[in-house]
Design a protein around this ligand. Structure first.
Ligand code: AMP
Length: 303
């Protein structure tokens, strides 16, 4: 039987502006990307909220990916909406709108049959809510959390409390520097490890991701070089979903399975960015994942 992974985060409609045009009502949100990517390895159990405007067909398309939606609340109002504009080279983005809508009052309620999930992904939401999820689950084997500058600025004490209760922090390089108040990546990692998590993964966008366990143990996975990148939205959440999904398939959480999981995360992020929104993830096959993982092995092979 597949291991289950609890995924808590945002469920959104995004408006995306990039060199290819404007894309409206694109399905998004951290929980959606992480669950879709996790679904190739494990059984995701999604906890989130959508508004009454959220179409049944979309719910059905997620169900078809074998995502358990028993924790998806439908609230009166509209679904969370995020609008962003990417630079033409796709290396930076600007948030134009964040309309919280039903997400404003979101208090994650973990259904009884989700509480024993051995693996937990806390997508980027208010650290107080991330903490409330941990209060509702039975001793998981591994907890991964993501965060962002907004919470570092506004909820630092709560975020620090959270860091003492998680196993893996996944964070962007820029935000990692902000949180650690240091610059050099190794110093940043040491400072963040000192705040609680046993593992820190620093995402470096188009340059890949680096895993730090302790001073002596670091691992680097490049970003897979693609022919074409269409839309980086969700790459970070796809990374986290693939990473945790891969760990769900491992017999043990150790250095080797952690390293494989970082590669799985990079592979899933590489598929994510090939399409607008999550479209590529909906038409992805396990064979394609396997083939790209093999090419990845070749990419980093050393004599
Ligand atoms: P990523 O590109 O991995 O950072 O994730 C992009 C996704 O995050 C989009 O689909 C957005 O809907 C979602 N998002 C943007 N801002 C927020 C926010 N403040 N809280 C939760 N999710 C957000």
């Amino acid at each position: 039987m597949m291991s289950s992974m609890l995924v808590v985060g945002s469920t959104a409609f995004d408006t995306l502006h990039n060199a290819l045009g404007t894309h409206r009502r694109v399905l998004g949100g951290s929980a959606v990307y992480a669950s879709l990517c996790g679904s190739f390895f494990a059984q995701p159990k999604l906890v989130g909220v959508v508004g009454r405007d959220f179409p049944d067909e979309v719910v059905e398309s997620l169900r078809q990916r074998r995502i358990d939606l028993g924790g998806l609340e439908v609230a009166p109002g509209d679904t969370f909406h995020w609008e962003g504009r990417y630079s033409d080279d796709l290396t930076s983005r600007e948030t134009l709108k964040t309309e919280l809508n039903v997400f404003a009052d979101f208090r994650p309620k973990i259904p009884d049959d989700f509480r024993d999930a051995p693996f937990v992904m806390l997508g980027n939401i208010d650290p107080e809510l991330q903490l409330s999820v941990l209060d509702q689950v039975d001793r998981p084997k591994l907890v991964v959390a993501d965060t962002m500058n907004f919470w570092i600025d506004s909820k630092l004490p709560e975020l620090k409390k959270l860091l003492r209760r998680i196993d893996v922090l996944v964070i962007n390089e820029e935000e990692a520097r902000q949180l650690a108040q240091r610059h050099h990546i190794k110093h940043v990692a040491q400072t963040l490890l000192g705040l609680g998590p046993r593992h820190v993964i620093i995402k470096q966008g188009e340059y890949g991701a680096m895993l730090f366990v302790d001073e002596a143990d670091a691992f680097n996975a490049p970003a897979y070089p693609l022919d074409e990148v269409r839309d980086p939205t969700g790459a970070g959440d796809s990374f986290a979903g693939g990473f945790l999904g891969s760990l769900c398939t491992a017999s043990d959480v150790n250095t080797e399975s952690m390293r494989s999981a970082v590669v799985a995360g990079s592979v899933m992020a590489s598929f994510c960015v090939e399409g607008i929104g999550p479209e590529r993830l909906f038409r992805l096959t396990s064979e394609e994942i396997k083939a790209r993982t093999e090419r990845f092995r070749e990419l980093v092979r050393f004599g």
